[in-house]
Design a binder for this molecule. Structure first.
Ligand SMILES: Cc1ncc(COP(=O)(O)O)c(C=O)c1O
Length: 212
């Protein structure tokens, strides 16, 4: 929904990449869709439907070669995978706090510093500017410029505690456990007369989902 609205507002066309019968994102189609006219590429790092890990690094590289900005939705990835935005080479990476065991209503938007500096604030309020008068204001730098108003202080403190907890508990361990869930899903499907045909071709997703 955010992307359909953004496309409407910007007067641009939203193009959707299909998944194949195994639920894998159609990289061949993605490549043919990319052109110098592609403004933004947005995708989920991990599918919230099948738990598949999309080939994020490769997709970032292809998108950037086409000159597009890349936004990765890591809502399902951040709790399970160690995220390295420099290595992925994305422009923005976002995730929800509550899926990381953090407080509801919290989340993270990471953006490339140069882009944050170049973007205007989308709303205004206290704390985002200094030296304000009726003629002009000097905006804060980077992310601070976008944090209008007195912030929710307790939320991010809770989120930081949750991130620390997950790091200590071993995110990778959680991740490898969760990798087996898609296979369990396919197995359940295979036993259901309603989705026997799709389950028949059901692959071992866990073994294929290690691309990242
Ligand atoms: C990939 C993905 N992005 C975004 C969301 C929505 O996140 P939120 O609950 O923080 O609005 C979900 C929810 O399941 C999700 O799976």
């Amino acid at each position: 929904m955010p992307w359909t609205r953004a496309a409407r507002q910007a007067g641009t066309k939203l193009r959707i990449v299909d998944v194949d019968n195994d639920g894998q994102l159609r990289l061949d189609q993605f490549k043919t869709m990319l052109s110098q006219r592609t403004r933004v590429v947005a995708f989920s790092h991990v599918s919230n439907v099948l738990g598949l890990v999309n080939p994020a690094k490769e997709m970032c590289s292809l998108a950037r070669q086409a000159g597009a900005r890349v936004v990765i939705d890591g809502a399902q990835a951040a709790p399970h995978i160690t995220i390295d935005v420099q290595n992925l080479d994305c422009d923005f990476y976002v995730f929800s706090g509550h899926k990381m065991l953090g407080p509801m209503g919290t989340g993270v938007v990471w953006g490339r510093q140069a882009l944050l500096e170049a973007m205007p604030p989308y709303h205004v309020g206290s704390n985002m500017a200094h030296e304000v008068d009726f003629e002009r204001e000097t905006l804060e730098h980077g992310a601070l410029k976008f944090q209008a108003g007195t912030p929710d202080v307790a939320g991010p403190v809770g989120l930081a505690a949750a991130v620390g907890f997950l790091a200590a508990a071993g995110r990778m361990r959680c991740g490898s456990m969760i990798k087996s869930w898609p296979d369990m899903g396919w197995l359940a499907c295979a036993q259901s007369p309603d989705c026997a045909s799709s389950a028949a071709s059901g692959p071992s997703i866990a073994s294929r989902s290690s691309r990242s």
